[in-house]
Design a protein around this ligand. Structure first.
Ligand code: WTA
Length: 647
């Protein structure tokens, strides 16, 4: 564990919105008097109907419920667009860098406003109304953000599905929320490769009866099939749509979006975020954590298919009138300098990315970074998974030339925005630690019995009280929401993460303690990969665990038991890898498949994953007690045949 500390510099202490003393004061007030604290903070957004109630929340079974600013009314698109027009109409809202370095676009606030109005009218013309679900399956092009904002403008609920998901995964997400319309593109483009988005939609829709309309944005011009009556070209409808569309006033607790995410059991859950509290949270965290100032060029290198893209490419920055960079490509195309070339091209001041990308670039050597200037950079950010101290130091020293503080932001799809994070002028950084709670966040560490631990300790991370950006329900299954998050430790929100707190009160996330794995910052349920594997005709049973991986953080280790008379050879291994990619998407590609004649089970038939994890970690001397297994000899076979990844 790294012991180094990077103190807040005098320059940052003086220039930031919040210094250490102010952080302490504001934090204390946010906890002791949340109503008055959040009443003030909510003034950062425009309300069409002022709220009177602030915090109405309970995590207890008896009166469970989460509402913030409930009687207020607002519109998110108006907050992200209309209110900036007078002062910032000609300022870029989106700077877009294409996959091919020769392609870029600048879209001002006025242009974005007009495009969103047209898009909103276009959706209305297709019958979309307030409360309807709209699935967005798009590449990283400005039209993706426009589609989200167009939904928000008319009060429709968007469900963005990452463009790397398979037709099957897409179909499941469309059906679960009963979308009537899908917005997609002909093809996506990443690292010079084409992704057949429209063809994937066509395949998905063979399984979905709810969708009557598909809107197709032309990105590459590649050939696609258009189903008459169902499919429409975006540009044709857009040209016919009016650029005048009043923003619909929606209630603070009306849904804004659904985003599917993996849990430890069952199919992915539709995490539902509502309007008022979410926007306050996204805007406020973006403002303080990145110390956002007018004129900054802000770049979050996530995909809008993930929550990071929702809160920190679209809603947070645009609510603050920022210039947000959207990047279509990948870090290693055309070469390993691409990120830093884009930084120089747009004079990016704030750069926010996932550790997995940094580790992959670090491995290629410093020269790719050093040949660029990066003089515009002021703040760096990290998100999505624990950042190991080596990668942190490299990011700081090489990318930031030792001059930029690093905001290691811990949060989740469920939390809507940052929860534990440094603030550049207030909190000294320790490489590998997400440091301290943001305003209004009450983290606790509990032991397995739910006892709250004090001082320096290690255990499971819970949040003891509600914050405005919190998810409100699982779409269509409120009971599952309560069961998943509030029953493990009654009265508290359980994060699913393990955590250590040091003697300075710093939080160190140690990773998931449930059956969720984090591969390259993408969150996946082991159960989903297992059910994909057992769907293959030759597979009898499968158990998937995470394993340490130098670049991805965690890799996917799958133990597979075949049906009788099937032989586990190299060809079948390759076939199964392809199968999972096809069933879920390339992000779920297993790194290792080990054929196992049997899995270690207790006498009651429960798979002992602890043992499988240890074997995958190659820690075979730490298997612990195996005597409770129905057949302990199973383990010997697994150990003898364990596989190693070649990274
Ligand atoms: C992990 C992504 C350590 C954590 C925003 C969490 C992190 C899960 C960090 C949520 C961080 C995210 N340090 N771990 N800075 N940020 N995580 O829902 O395990 O895709 O529970 O949200 O990512 O992943 P999700």
């Amino acid at each position: 564990m790294s012991q180094s500390i990077y103190p807040v510099s005098a320059e940052w202490r003086d220039r930031a919105y919040v210094n250490a003393a102010q952080y302490a004061d504001m934090y204390a007030r946010s906890i002791s008097d949340p109503d008055s604290f959040w009443r003030d903070q909510a003034q950062r957004i425009d309300w069409m109907t002022p709220f009177t109630a602030v915090k109405q929340t309970s995590f207890d079974a008896g009166d469970f419920g989460i509402k913030w600013f409930a009687d207020g009314g607002l519109n998110i698109a108006a907050n992200c667009l209309d209110r900036h027009l007078a002062e910032r109409g000609d300022v870029p809202a989106i700077l877009w860098a294409g996959d091919d370095p020769s392609e870029s676009r600048t879209i001002t606030y006025r242009e974005l406003y007009e495009e969103v109005c047209r898009f909103a009218n276009l959706l209305k013309g297709q019958g979309v109304r307030k409360g309807d679900r709209v699935t967005i399956y798009m590449p990283m092009i400005p039209e993706a953000a426009m589609a989200m904002l167009a939904c928000a403008r008319i009060g429709a609920i968007h469900s963005v599905v990452f463009g790397g998901f398979s037709p099957d995964s897409l179909a499941g997400r469309i059906t679960d929320c009963d979308s009537t319309i899908v917005i997609t593109a002909d093809e996506g483009l990443r690292g010079g490769k084409k992704i057949p988005l429209k063809a994937n939609v066509d395949e998905a829709l063979q399984q979905c009866t709810c969708v009557g309309r598909v809107i197709v944005v032309k990105r590459t011009g590649g050939a696609v099939d258009m189903t008459q009556g169902r499919d429409h070209w975006y540009h044709e409808l857009r040209d016919a749509a009016s650029a005048d569309c009043p923003a619909e006033a929606v209630g603070a607790e009306d849904p804004l979006f659904i985003l599917y995410t993996s849990g430890s059991t069952g199919k992915p859950k539709g995490v539902l975020h509502t309007t008022g509290g979410y926007l306050v949270w996204a805007a406020m965290t973006h403002h303080y954590v990145f110390d956002y100032r007018p004129g900054d060029i802000y770049w979050c290198a996530a995909d809008i298919g993930w929550v990071t893209g929702h809160s920190y490419i679209v809603y947070g920055p645009l609510a603050n009138g920022a210039t947000t960079v959207m990047f279509e490509g990948v870090p290693n195309y055309p070469d390993f300098s691409r990120f830093w070339q884009v930084v120089d091209q747009f004079k990016v001041s704030t750069f926010y990315a996932a550790p997995t990308a940094l580790r992959a670039l670090m491995r290629e050597g410093d020269a790719w970074v050093e040949k660029t200037s990066r003089a515009s950079l002021r703040i760096l950010g990290s998100v999505g998974e624990p950042i190991n101290p080596e990668a942190w130091e490299w990011y700081h020293r090489v990318v930031g030339d030792g001059r930029c503080p690093i905001m290691d932001t811990w949060w989740q799809t469920e939390t809507g925005g940052h929860m534990i994070t440094p603030l550049p002028g207030a909190i000294d950084q320790k490489p590998g630690s997400a440091t301290k709670p943001f305003f209004g966040v009450l983290p606790q560490i509990v032991d397995a019995d739910g006892k709250v631990l004090e001082g320096a300790c290690e255990g499971n991370l819970v949040i003891a009280d509600s914050w405005p950006g919190q998810m409100r329900t699982v779409w269509g299954d409120h009971e599952r929401f309560f069961q998943t998050y509030f029953t493990t430790y009654p009265g508290k929100y359980f994060t699913g993460d393990g955590c250590r707190r040091d003697e300075d009160g710093y939080y160190w996330i140690t990773g998931r303690v449930d059956d969720v794995i984090n591969v390259s910052g993408h969150r996946m349920g082991t159960a989903e990969i297992e059910s994909a594997l057992v769907a293959h005709a030759k597979v009898a049973e499968a158990a998937v665990v995470g394993m340490p991986h130098d670049i991805k953080g965690q890799g996917i280790y799958a133990y597979v038991t075949l049906n009788a008379n099937e032989e586990g050879d190299e060809a079948l291994r390759k076939e199964l890898v392809q199968w999972v990619r096809h069933e879920i998407g390339p992000i779920a590609t297993p790194d290792v498949i080990q054929f196992a004649p049997a899995l270690p089970k207790t006498r009651s038939g429960k798979i002992m994953r602890r043992i499988l994890r240890k074997i995958a970690e190659d820690a075979v001397d730490q298997l612990g007690d195996t005597s409770t297994l129905a057949d302990p000899s199973v383990v010997d076979n697994l150990v003898a045949n364990r596989q190693k990844v070649v990274a």
